[in-house]
Design a protein around this ligand. Structure first.
Ligand code: ADP
Ligand code: PHD
Length: 430
């Protein structure tokens, strides 16, 4: 039975990490094994900055950024393979292609330019990792995700054509005993134009392939030993969660727990494929399993923070109600700009919306709302979402903090605080 592993940017951030990945994978000789890999470290952020530089037309800045990226990859290649060794020709060709694509698409629409260039982080990382695995005795075949994951042309958030993808995946050489390595995050339209699945979408790529393969399990390898009931970097007493249901994991991911992309769970749930989250730093440490079993979901309350939030308070100018027609109008404007509301808090004559600070979407939305409504905007806020809350817990968490907006039901409560009233490191109250 086939297994699918996914490794994110942190697991291949430098030559030492790639060596460690090779040692880890050498310990999994069973085949078929499909491995999905993201871009190295923070490469995707650097590629986004490169896109901005290309569009601004600042040639010197663009060149400087492109050379920095090239240098970062060449440094890793040299550390792994020695001077002049490794897949040097392929890496050089990928950088030439990337440069040519920026020149071709910098005057095109932003989403199209983005998708024709953003996936080079994954193309480069998988080129290096596949060559390293092969050179160190883990026979590996590099597979092009653009020939596997078929999507529409909804750039930056492409939708998967499941039937077409299943047909492509069926042709993978699963039985030849080699590890199959491919890129996360990217696919292509039926005519071969590159597409991307949304930031941090490599988890989703692993789920797409697992679904189409009818895999036995998916393992997402992280720098943490599984899922916790809060980000262990932000909560000093977060506890590990050994077991969660698909539905509970979707709730956590949807509300912003960065640890798994929210689209990952659906394709796995449909085929009852379990997902394990394990530590690549401590492979033997306890892990988290996500499957259909719901019994353990409420064992611990869980906490999710979103920083730098923006609150939009929308009030009709004519003392009118915030009725269904107005909600439809206002929420429709969010849909039009492609902005998600992280909290929706509605009263008789006011709607509060908490959104991410994405100026390219937020500014046109704010202009459009201000034309027809009274609009108050507050920035620098922190949204806390609590799964399985109790009144005492919510009271303790809000103590000494102004609550600017809130919503809740038995399963989930949300509180929007001023960021300057929140600590960098939180403590879950007893
Ligand atoms: N509930 C949670 N459980 C575990 N880790 C979490 C949680 N919420 C946020 N994280 C953070 O997610 C990080 C791993 O995600 P990320 O850095 O995006 O990995 P990758 O690059 O592998 O996709 C952890 O270091 C941890 O700080
Ligand atoms: N490289 C892409 C896709 C991804 O999933 O990355 P990671 O697994 O490192 O979060 C991104 O940074 O968005």
């Amino acid at each position: 039975m086939t297994r699918v592993f996914k490794f994110g940017g942190a697991s291949i951030q430098d030559a030492a990490a790639i060596r460690h990945l090779g040692e880890l994978l050498a310990g999994f000789p069973d085949r078929p094994l499909v491995v999905v890999v993201s871009a190295m470290g923070k490469t995707t952020n650097a590629l986004e900055a490169l896109i901005a530089a290309a569009r601004e037309g600042d040639e010197a800045d663009y060149r400087r950024r492109l050379e920095a990226l090239r240098q970062a990859h060449l440094t890793v290649m040299t550390e792994l393979f020695g001077e002049g060794g490794g897949p040097a020709a392929r890496v050089a060709a990928l950088f030439d292609e990337l440069d040519a694509r920026h020149r071709q698409y910098r005057d095109a629409s932003y989403p199209l330019h983005y998708d024709q260039t953003i996936g080079y982080g994954e193309l480069l990382s998988t080129t290096l990792v596949a060559a390293w695995l092969d050179a160190t005795g883990v026979a590996t075949t590099w597979c092009d995700a653009r020939e596997l994951v078929v999507t529409d042309a909804c750039h930056q958030a492409a939708n998967v054509d499941w039937a077409a993808t299943a047909r492509r995946v069926a042709d993978l050489p699963l039985e030849d005993g080699r590890l199959l390595l491919t890129q996360g995050f990217i696919g292509a339209t039926p005519t071969g134009a590159m597409s991307s699945l949304g930031r941090e979408g490599s988890d989703f790529s692993a789920a797409i392939l697992a679904h189409c393969l009818g895999a036995e399990e998916v393992v997402i390898w992280k720098d943490v030993p599984g899922l916790f009931n809060a980000d262990p970097r932000r909560f000093d007493n977060a506890v590990p969660l050994a077991h969660l249901s698909y539905a509970e994991a979707v709730e956590l991911a949807w509300h912003g727990a960065k640890v798994i992309h929210p689209k990952t769970l659906g394709p796995l749930q449909q085929k009852a494929i379990p997902l394990t989250v394990r530590s690549f730093l401590e492979p033997g440490a306890p892990s988290s399993t996500i499957d259909a079993e719901t019994r353990h979901d409420a064992a611990h309350p869980a906490f999710i923070l979103r920083d730098d939030q923006v609150l939009l308070e929308v009030t009709p100018r004519d003392f009118a109600f915030m009725d269904e027609a107005r909600l439809h109008d206002i929420l429709g404007r969010l849909v039009d700009v492609g902005l998600h509301a992280n909290l929706i808090d509605s009263e008789a004559m006011r709607l509060r919306l908490c959104v991410d600070p994405k100026p390219e979407k937020l500014d046109p939305l704010a202009d459009s709302l201000a034309a027809d409504y009274r609009l108050d905007r507050h920035e620098g806020l922190t949204l806390l979402t609590v799964r399985h809350p109790t009144p005492a817990l919510l009271e303790a968490l809000a103590e000494g903090r102004e609550v600017l907006a809130e919503r809740g039901n038995a399963g989930t409560a949300q509180r929007l605080f001023r960021g300057d009233q929140c600590p960098e490191t939180w403590h879950i109250p007893d």
